[in-house]
Every structure is written in C-alpha cells, then in structure tokens.
Design a protein around this ligand. Structure first.
Ligand code: AGP
Length: 608
C-alpha cells in the first residue's frame, strides 16, 4: 500500500513530510513525490524509484514551505514512472492531490472529462480524482467543501490529501477505506497513512474514519461526515514503539498480513465486479477465450498451490483441461504445448527466476501468456501478453498468506470472466458474484478462529510431524497449509489427498499424531469421515476444518474449526486456509521461530 504524509506548522514542511515517507518505506513503493506552496505557487516534485531520487531533486529546489504533502506509491494502475507518481494537479493547477486506494468509476469520469476538454498527464485513477476535486473548487467554495463534494462522486476504496494555493493555511483529507491517521502537535499538525510516520513528532493521534473529511490547520483539526455534518474526532495516545507500529501493532508482518486479508479481498475485487457481470479489464479479446483449448499454469511454492486451485476450478466449472507445472520442472520436461493453449504465470513477486525462464520458453514457442502478479511492473508482469494484478499490497513476510488468497481469488474472477464470455449455461455468474461480494466478511469471520488456533498450537507445540489431508479442492489447500507450517515453524509435514493415506503415508501415524483434515466439500465428507476413523484407530488426533452448516465432521473430529459457508465450493475451500495460516503462525511463535524471515528462505527467489 502507498504511504501518505502531510504537515502544516512552523517547521520546514518538506523536510518533515519526506522524513515521514521514509518511515513508511517498509510498506514497499516504487515512486515518490511531494507538493508544497512556494512563492511561485503550488509546486510538485516527483520521481520514480526510491526516495533518494526525490531527495536529490528537492535539494536543488531548497523549498522553505510551511505546508506540504508527500506520497510513496505502490502502483496498482499504471506503471511506476515519474508521470504516474503522486501528487497530481487538477486541470487548472489549483489543487495538488495524493491518493491511496482504487477509484472504481475513474474510467467513465475520465472519458467524460476528456470530452469536456480535460487533459491528463498520467494513466492513474488518482489524477482523475484531482480533476474532480478541482472542478468542485469553484469561487467561494472552501477546499474542504470541494473535497466533500468530490468524494461524493467517486466510488471505491480511497484516501485523499489535498492542498491549494488559494487557501494556503489548510490541508484537507478524506477517507473511504484507505487508512489515514491525524497527528496533533502544538502549533503544528500532521497527517499520515500509518502511525509510524507520526511517532517522532507526536503520540497524540486520531484515526480518520470512513466517510469523513478533515480540515487540518496549524492551530487545529476538525472533521465532518460526507453529508457535511460536523463530527468529533477521538484522539488517543500511542503507546507503541516504532518497530511494532510498522506492523500495525502486530508482533510480526505475517500476522499483520493474515489480518489484512478482508481488506486485501476488497482491494482485489475493486473495480472488477459489475452488478450483473464481471468487468476484468486488460485481458485478451473475447474471441480468444473461444479459441483456447487448454490452460497450463506455471508457478512455484505457494503460487503453485494457487495454480492447483485454478486447475480444480477451470476443470470443474469451465470443463477446460488444465495442467499445473512447477516452474523449475517445466523447462526440463519438454512440455507438450498446444498452439491454442494459454500459459498462466502466477507469481507474487513477478521476479521468480524459474517462472521467468518458463515464461520465456512459452514465448519462444509463441504460446499466449497471462500473468497473475502482485508487484506492478515486475519482470513477469512486463513480459506476459496480459496481466491481472492481485492488488494485495506489498507482502513483507517471506511466508505468503494474503497474496495466496488474492491469487486464488483472481483465478476465480478469471473463471467467471471466461464463463461469461463463453456464455456457459452451466455457470451462474451472478451467483458467483454474490458469493464473492460477501467474501471480505467471510474472511473476517474466519479470522475469529484465532484463539482456537492458538489453543491447537499450544496443544501440538512439540508435534514431530503433522498430517494435512483433504479431498478435491481441500487437498489443494492442505498442500498450502502444510507449506506454511514447514516454512515458519520448521515442523515436518505429510500432506496428500486423504484417500491416498492408506497407500503408504498412514504408516507414519503414531499415538498422538496430529492430522488436519480439510472437509469443506460436502460431496467428500462421508469418505473423509472414514479417513478420520482410520487415523483415530491408529492413535491420530484429528483437527477437522469444515463449514458451519456441516453436521457430520464435527461429530467425528477430536477438535473442529468451523468457517462460514460462502455458498460456493471454491470459496469455501479457499477460506479454510485462513485458520491454518493462523495455526502455523502460532506454532512458529510458541516454538520461538523467526517467522517473518525464516531460515534458508528468501521472499523472492531470483536464482534458478
Ligand atoms: C511461499 O510462502 C514462499 N514464500 C514461496 O513458496 C513463494 O510462494 C515462491 O517462492 C513463489 O514466489 P512468487 O510467488 O513471488 O513467484
């Protein structure tokens, strides 16, 4: 996610906001910018790349402003370059705007304003918002009123911070989902997207709530709702140290990223769900989907496990033959690639060398390529024919959690898109859209299993081996859950389809062995109940993960974790990973492991 900073007071405002942005670097970014008032008017300096590039430009300018705003951008729309960096001006240059989040209706507004003669410098939705704010900022209209009116015309998840030359003693900010925090000083006040940027200056902060607009001057901060009604802020004193503040108060980035998942799902869906249909932009023309006769998904590690979910989905929902390959194996097995096949590369970093090498082989063979990538502008994202971004925000912890859920979700949206384009009678796209719209809440509810997973981790803290079992889509999730436990808690695991146990792995079951059994798929529960009996007959302790409407598995499991039923088999299976992410985290925590940077592992494996 991007970093936001704002300052008004008696210090050198540009120095303050650049320092604030530097304190948000852990969030990941690919360009930075600053806006301030100068004798010549509003000034904007911005550069792609790291903060040092911007600092060099600012040093030449030597600004002495008392009001400034700054931004570090993590690209979601448009490549990370100087033009797309924030802040953005409106058409007349009367306001400078920085923005976090995604504006879902920006394209239709941009087309309308372009027809009205507006000229845009960037590809971003943020610049469109700046133009909308500038349009509202007519004679006699205050900056805060202009922002209030403008946000009423914008749809999506966003946070804005705005300054103008006409009213130099003001910063106005507005929030609708993207976090903004206000800092209270003496004769000075602050804005930031996250608390660590405020702590060197003040510990007296207030969270700007959704649907609020705040007016920040050097003497005070006031707020109103989007309907104009004044509201009281609720300042409090932050007790955190800076290190824990960077993790949002969580002890590790992994736990923070697990808990971010409801918002990640919202970001992943933003701009992609119409009322009645999918609106996935930037894909192949519709006729291509009638031509594709096979899908090959190529990835590593967690991304490979997301690929397995994609295979189960495409074959079950679309009847589209799909194979999944480990990237590291793909090139050396002389793969059979039909000229009408589609190669899909799933990658959080977009820099995994094995996947990049496989991509280049597919391009040599003139195979269509699609990327499902988190990092905008990464190598894989640049080299595929089409890319769908997961929009999960930077994932800091080496163990992938939120990116996996976002990858599986994008595969689901792609499946609905293909079904819609091919007008497949057996696929109810509207039902799928309804299920996915409720997914952020389902993920939030699944997170409520945190204390149950803490208890399970305490109970099995010294487990020498843990089984992860399931059937169908649950078998895919079992692989991902097992990888998490291996990665962060260094616990050996045995993962396989539950029906495969009796063909060998069952020999590993001893008295007290923990077996996690995913049972979200109703059509396999009878068989799973038998598998559970086989495990228990040999001393195994079964932790069943199932949906709340299941009347069978809870009665035969030793421990059970119930997740909400989403109304969709694929989303149910995917949801079961959330408690298992928490289980792995707490196993690692109680075993005293490093967690965010596990031994021997790297976040992005850029060597083959
Ligand atoms: C998952 O927790 C690991 N970090 C690892 O398996 C990772 O998924 C794999 O290296 C692929 O990385 P990518 O998604 O960036 O290509």
């Amino acid at each position: 996610m991007c970093g936001i900073a704002g300052y008004i007071g008696q210090r050198n405002a540009v120095e303050v906001v650049l320092d604030q942005i530097e304190r948000l670097e852990y969030r990941g970014y690919d360009s930075t910018g600053v806006a301030f008032q100068s004798p010549e008017g509003l000034k904007v300096l911005k550069r792609a790349g790291k903060l040092g590039q911007l600092r060099a430009v600012v040093a030449d300018e030597r600004p002495e402003a008392f009001v400034a705003i700054a931004h570090s951008r993590w690209a979601t729309h448009g490549a990370p370059n100087d033009l797309n960096a924030h802040p953005h001006f409106d058409q007349e240059g009367t306001v400078a705007v920085i923005h976090n989040g995604i504006i879902e209706n920006y394209l239709e507004i941009k087309e309308e304003l372009t027809r009205a003669g507006h000229v845009f410098q960037s590809e971003t939705d943020s610049e469109v918002a700046a133009h909308v704010i500038g349009l509202e900022y007519g004679e006699g209209i205050s900056l805060e009123e202009a922002v209030r009116r403008a946000v009423g015309k914008l749809e999506g998840a966003f946070g804005f911070v705005v300054i103008s030359m006409r009213e130099p003693g003001k910063i106005v900010c507005s929030r609708n989902a993207s976090p903004l925090v206000l800092g209270f000083g003496e004769g000075e006040n602050f804005i930031a997207s996250d608390i660590p940027a405020l702590l060197p200056y003040t510990r007296r902060v207030a969270i700007l709530d959704n649907d609020m607009v705040a007016l920040v001057t050097k003497d005070g901060i006031s707020a109103m709702r989007s309907d104009g009604q004044a509201v009281e802020l609720a300042p409090f004193d932050v007790e955190w140290d800076i290190a824990s503040a960077e993790k949002g108060g969580f002890e590790h980035f992994m736990l923070k990223e697990i808990h971010e998942q409801p918002d990640v799902v919202r970001q992943c869906l933003a701009g992609r769900l119409g009322q009645e249909e999918m609106t996935l932009l930037g894909l192949f023309s519709d006729h291509v989907w009638h031509d594709i006769d096979r899908v090959n998904i190529i990835a590593c590690g967690t991304a490979y496990h997301a690929g397995l979910m994609g295979k189960t989905l495409f074959e079950k929902m679309l009847r589209l033959p799909t194979d999944v390959y480990f990237s590291s194996e793909f090139r050396y097995n002389d793969p059979l690639l039909s000229p009408k096949s589609l190669a899909v590369f799933v990658s959080q970093s977009g820099e995994t060398a094995d996947s990049l090498a496989a991509l280049r082989l597919c391009k040599e063979r003139r195979i269509r390529t699609l990327g499902i990538v988190n990092v905008v502008g990464s190598s894989i994202a640049r080299e595929v024919d089409r890319v769908l971004y997961t929009q999960a925000g930077p994932e800091v912890s080496v163990a992938s959690t939120k990116a996996y859920v976002a990858q599986c979700l994008v595969l689901y949206l792609l499946g609905l898109h293909i079904a819609q384009v091919k007008e497949m009678p057996g696929v109810d796209v509207r039902k799928g859209l309804k299920a996915v719209r409720g997914y952020p809440d389902a993920v939030q509810e699944a997170l409520e299993l945190e204390s149950a997973m803490q208890e399970a981790a305490k109970k099995f803290l010294d487990a020498p081996l843990v089984f992860f079992l399931g059937r169908g889509a649950d078998a895919n999730v079992a692989l991902e859950a097992a990888l998490k436990l291996k990665e962060v808690a260094y616990v050996p695991t045995q993962e396989c389809p539950a029906g495969e146990m009796k063909h060998g792995p069952l020999a590993l079951i001893e008295e007290g062995t923990l077996a996690v059994v995913g049972a979200t798929q109703a059509n396999t529960r009878d068989k799973l109940a038998s598998n559970i009996s086989e495990l228990q007959a040999r001393g195994g302790h079964v932790l069943g993960i199932t949906t709340k409407d299941d009347g069978l598995i809870p009665g035969v499991s030793d421990t059970v974790a119930k997740i909400p039923a989403t109304g969709d088999w694929y989303l149910d299976a995917l949801l079961s990973v959330v408690p298992l992410q928490l289980f792995s985290y707490y196993m690692a925590l109680y075993r005293g492991c490093e967690i965010d940077q596990p031994r021997n592992l790297a976040k992005s494996v850029t060597v083959e």
